[in-house]
Design a protein around this ligand. Structure first.
Ligand code: SAM
Length: 360
């Protein structure tokens, strides 16, 4: 049997002092502006999706981040305030499975007054329980991951024997709580769930019944070092669009804003829209405006990075908000990542931080 791959996490480096932030608009070395912040609130998940947290690696012996190392809600809210002060307009809570973090609606309530658009990505498994409280706390939008409507396919992909119906109930609960539109993420892996592409499109374009659910197809990516990624397993978005278009004609739609991850397509018959996220076949690095904050306070400038910038030691070492702001500004200004544009079979083998740790 092959040796078990041990995922890497952050390699904390002491944060060097940063020059005072001069207040000028933040731009990185490729002229990109900081707009989105993704916050991983836990690296744990109750699913073991084969493309994300394969069970043979994330097993009973796996060492997740210890509780004391996690950023507290107060620390997260303080950092989020600094980011909003630097121009962040959208904050996504993610993980791991964010709803495994106890009292998450309380964190939502602490972030809502910052005024950024507040969103959550979840596997939907406990949305029936939490949707109303999240809405009441001020969450603006929800994205739910659901890779297949076919029971055996879904159970095999989540590798936790979790039934489709409970995720569908969660989506219905979110709609009932007032979330609209709800985005549904479907990662497509060749030979695993690609036979479900048109079925999923059919379901979500009719299931809405007046409510808009936006299905988004995500190309299988080489995130982390443990998911055994191979280019052959990727279904290019162009193929997804071709297959759906043959059943339900599509036309391109305008992006909502510059740097939007998903490319939008609408059904010609007016039955809503879909999105495709083509990180592999059509890299969108040149518009990438995202930062990622790990569960334990490391800042990552790219989903495919292998080290982060330690903000927790600043937080816990008595730094002022201005010190933290200076550090974040310096990290953004030095940013030169464009992994997806330079991806090759060789780079795919590089050691990278796991998505569950820095947040999907
Ligand atoms: N647990 C939550 C969920 O399931 O949505 C949030 C975290 S999850 C890492 C965020 C998103 O990343 C999900 O939609 C998931 O399907 C996607 N994802 C994870 N691994 C991926 C991979 N290798 N390629 C493409 N998307 C991936």
């Amino acid at each position: 049997m092959a040796d078990k791959v041990i995922p890497i996490y952050s390699e904390p480096r002491p944060a060097p002092p940063a020059p005072r932030y001069d207040g000028a608009p933040l731009s990185d070395t490729l002229g990109r502006t900081m707009r989105d912040l993704r916050i991983s609130v836990t690296d744990r998940c109750n699913f073991r999706c084969v493309y994300c947290m394969p069970r043979e690696v994330f097993d009973a012996g796996f060492k997740f981040v210890p509780h004391a190392a996690l950023l507290s809600f107060e620390e997260i809210a303080r950092l989020a305030g600094v980011f909003v002060g630097l121009g962040v307009k959208k904050i996504r809570l993610t993980g791991g499975e964010p709803l495994l973090r106890k009292d998450l609606p309380m964190l939502v309530g602490m972030l809502a007054p910052l005024g950024a658009e507040l969103t959550l990505t979840t596997n939907g498994s406990s949305l029936v329980k939490h949707a109303r409280a999240l809405r009441d706390a001020g969450l603006n939008r929800i994205t739910v991951s659901l890779d297949s409507l076919d029971e055996p396919t879904f159970r095999a992909m989540n590798d936790a024997d979790f039934p489709v119906a409970r995720v569908l109930d969660g989506i219905a609960a979110a709609a009932g709580a007032g979330f609209a539109p709800i985005k549904i993420n479907m990662v497509v892996k060749r030979g695993v769930n690609d036979h479900q592409i048109v079925d999923a499109a059919r379901h979500w374009r009719t299931e809405g019944r007046g409510r808009v659910h936006i299905l988004r197809f995500i190309e299988f990516m080489d995130v982390g070092s443990t998911n055994g990624w191979r280019m052959d397993d990727v279904i290019p978005s162009a193929e997804v669009l071709r297959r759906i278009g043959e059943a339900f004609p599509l036309e391109p739609a305008e992006a909502n804003y510059s740097g939007e991850v998903a490319e939008r397509w609408r059904y010609r018959d007016g039955a809503g829209e879909i999105g495709v996220i083509s990180s592999v076949t059509q890299a969108f690095c040149r518009d990438c405006n995202r930062m990622r904050l790990s569960t334990e306070g490391s800042l990552f400038t790219c989903l495919f990075a292998h080290h982060g910038h330690d903000l927790k030691s600043l937080l816990r070492g008595g730094a002022t908000d201005e010190d933290i702001r200076d550090r974040v500004a310096a990290v953004w200004r030095a940013r030169d990542d464009r992994y997806s544009e330079i991806r090759t079979t060789e780079t795919a083998k590089q050691r990278k931080v796991e998505m569950s740790y820095i947040g999907g």
